[in-house]
Design a protein around this ligand. Structure first.
Ligand code: ADP
Ligand code: ZN
Ligand code: ZN
Length: 803
């Protein structure tokens, strides 16, 4: 019988699944198990993707895996299939998806040890360097890379090893016998002893410490004990006397440290509409038949209640649920509510955790120790053993699509997982995308509606203010930050002792710094955009590449000293707000604030607790939050998104304004919203003012159909980037020509190639080729052709951004 073979998912950008022979004597590992495998001159931890890879061409040497690291699957088999499918669908290397899914720590490979291999004797080196390395290894018996480098120098070493390993003259041995795991910590347990125990009598500190630990009735860490007044010395003494035992256990993440401890769960009696939605979803979960729902509920209609009840339904059938949120800032409030309901059996997975914490949470989820996992996009890969439900909150948000490689969409992955595991999928939003709306009309999603807010609460009233009719303040270059009516509404709100939210979707002090004499606007040297002027700390910052310079005192082009900040950002808004409402304490939420100490969660808690009475910020303030005492909201620049060169500009504007308006009037008190715009007649603004999603979707779908945009077409965006503009352009042109001449080309329509709206980014010139097709398969064919080109573009399947 021939030796078994495996194909592996390896954490690298390798475009396919490398294959390996299995060691003769070892039983084959199951799909999903980790194995240690040589890869190039390195050692990697791979995951078994299949046990019967297609045969290699005759005469190809295949390497052998070093050892199996798991006896049972590390990744559930359905999840392996989902990763492979996503890899094909998004033209992303499978290893990139593996890296998105699994915390790096759990794929750590340990250091490779090199030793002479079976073909070492009599090996004819291809290069002089190979001979040197092999001779040294024969002399040493074995060595790590560092030891080899110390003797021979680093240059060309890795390449020589790769060749030698490839020819069998050198083999890689793994030092590691255990798979990488979550970090552990030492905990202490009291052993039974009477207080009259000889080691305790006359030793009050030790007696108190022992009594404390015994009373705890659970293991405690040394730092926990120190906080309770037990010193290390006392602990050591107790240990020496055999009165306490030490054990190493997996480190537990202190979730409360990440989500805060404030208000737990408000239990409510579901409204009729909520009860109906809960019943339908619970039935689907219990039946274990894959059902897909669109929970179409206006802002403040109580969607969260439905999600939580659905998660409970999954738990009661012994299955786990995932709750995806579009932004980390939304997770803590949900986790607090889940903790109140599910006790400790809740997990939070996101990039704000340390690598060790992420690994620990991931492992808890994998072992089935939690009933619900909350997190952003990447939590869709949480390896729960029996998936019963996936909820995607604010399912219209573009952040579910990863903008960098691998460019996957968590909503599609959620659907694929639900299919694989007969789980129920719930997409929830007050402003579903028109793609989702159409899917619901066509029955591909089952629509569940929450048409009203609970009780007597009404959706907030919205007033649209035409900003063109407002006088601008001196020095503001004709721009208006606060309309008269806006100030009135805010003032009344603060007089009622209620809270207000101000949305301005731009961080920094002003969108640009402009020379009044010559018009210089300090474009980024790497990107074709103006830098944003920041005051705290003072700098001119490119929001696309992060490059910052100190603002000069004089214009570098004309030496004029008349440099003016033009327009408004959140820093300037804060300054003006403090001027207009000196007695109102406020907090600012934007990406800069989120990056500071305490982060977004701290800002939100300040507002929730009433410490801040106004919340100022970017779109981060508009999303998903529930502040019952907030009753006034101002959208200061509703037009900011409208002018984006993207076919979704109107939809994004409608969503942002509707969602923002939905943040107020959620408690018992009514809400009032003011929307400042220079385009009050625009359909997106008018529909948002009426909170009329149906009307907007109908108009937008008509536009999409007429111009053949999603959902009436599938899109593939190919990006050609190069430091030299002519090269990027030539690559784009030849790709377009190749595609147009192909069979696939006949089934798609090409837009471009053309310079991208941001035609220079991070020093790269950028050209776009947009491929449109009626059928999904045509996109796959076109993508395969483009991916195989010698100068393959970056491919984005169903892109969310066309910049
Ligand atoms: P959505 O996510 O749909 O915008 P939320 O789930 O945040 O809305 O609910 C909005 C507010 O209504 C919250 O303060 C919530 O506690 C409250 N709420 C939800 N359901 C009920 C109910 N059945 N009775 C009373 N209040 C409710
Ligand atoms: Zn100038
Ligand atoms: Zn830049």
């Amino acid at each position: 019988m021939p030796a078994g073979r495996v194909a592996l998912l390896v954490p690298s950008g390798f475009p396919g699944l490398p294959t390996y022979r299995l060691p003769e004597d070892a039983p084959p590992p199951p799909v999903g198990a980790r194995v240690a495998a040589p890869f190039g001159s390195r050692l990697l931890t791979g995951v078994v993707a299949s046990l019967d890879p297609p045969p290699l061409p005759e005469g190809t040497e295949e390497r052998e895996i070093l050892s199996a690291l798991d006896e049972v699957p590390f990744l559930p088999e359905p999840l392996v299939r989902v990763l492979l499918r996503a890899s094909g669908y998004y033209f992303a290397p499978p290893g990139e998806l593996l890296r998105s899914a699994v915390p790096a720590r759990l794929l750590a490979a340990g250091e490779a040890v090199y030793a002479p291999g079976p073909a070492a004797v009599g090996h004819a080196p291809k290069e002089a360097r190979d001979g040197e390395v092999l001779r040294l290894l024969l002399a040493l018996g074995e060595a790590r890379l560092d030891a080899l480098a110390a003797r021979l120098g680093r240059s060309g070493l890795a390449a020589a090893l790769r060749r030698l390993v490839g020819s069998g003259a050198v083999r890689i041995r793994s030092e590691r016998s255990a798979p990488a795991s979550a970090p552990s910590e030492r905990v202490w347990i009291a052993r039974p002893a009477s207080s009259g125990h000889p080691a305790l009598s006359g030793r009050p500190k030790r007696r108190a410490a022992h009594a404390h630990l015994a009373a705890l009735g659970r293991p405690a860490t040394a730092s926990e004990l120190r906080a309770a007044g037990v010193s290390r010395a006392v602990l050591a003494a107790l240990h020496a006397d055999g009165l306490v035992t030490a054990v190493d256990q997996e480190k537990k993440v202190d979730l409360r440290r990440h989500v805060g401890t404030s208000s737990g769960d408000r239990r409510v009696v579901p409204t009729a509409a909520q009860a109906e939605a809960i019943a339908v979803i619970s039935r689907s979960v219990a039946a274990g038949s894959e059902g897909s729902f669109l929970l179409d509920g206006i802002t403040g209609s109580g969607k969260t209640e439905v999600y939580l009840a659905a998660l409970e339904a999954a738990r009661s059938t012994g299955r786990q649920g995932l709750l995806l949120v579009p932004e980390i800032a939304l997770a803590p409030a949900l986790v607090r509510r889940l903790l109140a309901r599910f006790g400790e059996r809740v997990s939070l997975l996101h990039s704000g955790l340390s690598d060790g914490e992420r690994a620990a949470e991931w492992e808890r989820a994998r072992r089935g120790e939690v009933d619900a996992v909350v997190g952003p996009r990447s939590a869709v890969f949480a390896p729960v053993p029996r998936l019963g439900l996936v909820v995607v909150d604010e399912c219209h948000e573009a952040s579910y699509k990863q903008a960098e490689a691998p460019r996957y969409d968590a909503r599609d992955v959620a659907r694929a997982r639900a299919r694989e595991e007969q789980a129920t999928l719930v997409l929830g939003s007050a402003t579903p995308s028109v793609e989702q709306t159409l899917a619901a009309s066509e029955g591909r999603l089952r629509r569940l509606t929450l048409p009203a807010r609970p009780g007597t609460r009404r959706a907030a009233a919205v007033e649209v203010v035409d900003i063109r009719k407002e006088p601008a303040r001196e020095g503001d270059h004709g721009r208006v930050l606060f309309a008269g009516r806006t100030v009135e509404i805010l003032r009344a709100c603060f007089e009622r002792e209620e809270q207000a939210i101000l949305l301005l979707n731009r961080r920094g002090f002003s969108p640009s710094l402009l020379c009044r004499a010559c018009g210089e606007d300090f474009r980024c040297g790497n990107c074709s955009v103006a830098r944003t002027y920041h005051r705290r700390p003072e700098r001119l910052l490119c929001h696309y590449c992060g490059d910052a310079i100190r603002p000069p005192a004089r214009c570098p082009a004309c030496a004029s000293g008349a440099l003016m900040p033009v327009g408004f950002g959140t820093e300037r808004l804060a300054e003006r707000f403090a001027e207009a409402f000196p007695d109102v304490p406020f907090a600012v939420l934007d990406r800069d604030a989120a990056a500071r100490r305490g982060g977004a969660a701290g800002v939100l808690l300040d507002f929730e607790s009433g410490k801040a009475r106004a919340l100022l910020g970017t779109q981060m303030v508009a999303k998903g939050h529930d502040f019952p005492n907030a009753t006034a909201l101002a959208v200061l620049d509703a037009d900011a998104l409208l002018s984006f060169p993207d076919f979704r500009a109107a939809e994004r504007t409608f969503q942002l304004v509707t969602q923002a308006a939905g943040r107020v009037g959620r408690g018992e008190k009514p809400g009032l919203v003011v929307v400042q715009t220079a385009r009050p007649e625009h359909e997106a603004i008018r529909a948002a003012a009426r909170q009329d999603h149906a009307a907007f979707a109908e108009a937008e779908l008509r536009f999409r159909r007429a111009f053949r945009y999603p959902p009436y077409a599938h899109l593939l965006l190919a990006l050609f980037a190069d430091a030299e503009r002519p090269k990027a352009e030539a690559a784009a042109r030849s790709a377009a020509a190749a595609l147009a001449a192909s069979a696939a080309g006949a089934r798609v329509r090409l837009l471009g190639p053309a310079p991208a709206p941001i035609d220079r980014l991070k020093g790269q010139w950028r050209f776009h080729l947009l491929v449109k097709a009626d059928r999904r398969e045509a996109i796959s064919e076109a993508g395969e052709l483009l991916a195989a080109l010698p100068e393959a573009p970056r491919l984005d399947v169903e892109p969310q951004s066309l910049l």
